[in-house]
Design a protein. Sequence first.
Length: 82
Amino acid sequence: GVCIAIMVQTYCDNHGYTDGDVSARLTLEIADEPTRVGTVVIDLELPNDFPEEKKSAIKRVAELCPVHETLKQMPTVELEIV
């Protein structure tokens, strides 16, 4: 969430949308068998002066977050006992 919020805040600052800050609230939905995080819901709050017609652009900015991309294409996990 922090990664997305920073990227979106930077976009807003660079484009002059400064009536409020960006915030991201994450909710985890747990899946079963095996028990794991099944869904991460991100509620993104934008500055008050952010125009409705630019929301699709800001969604594309948010989706460029490296963490978001990592979760979409799961990395290999290797466990080494040293």
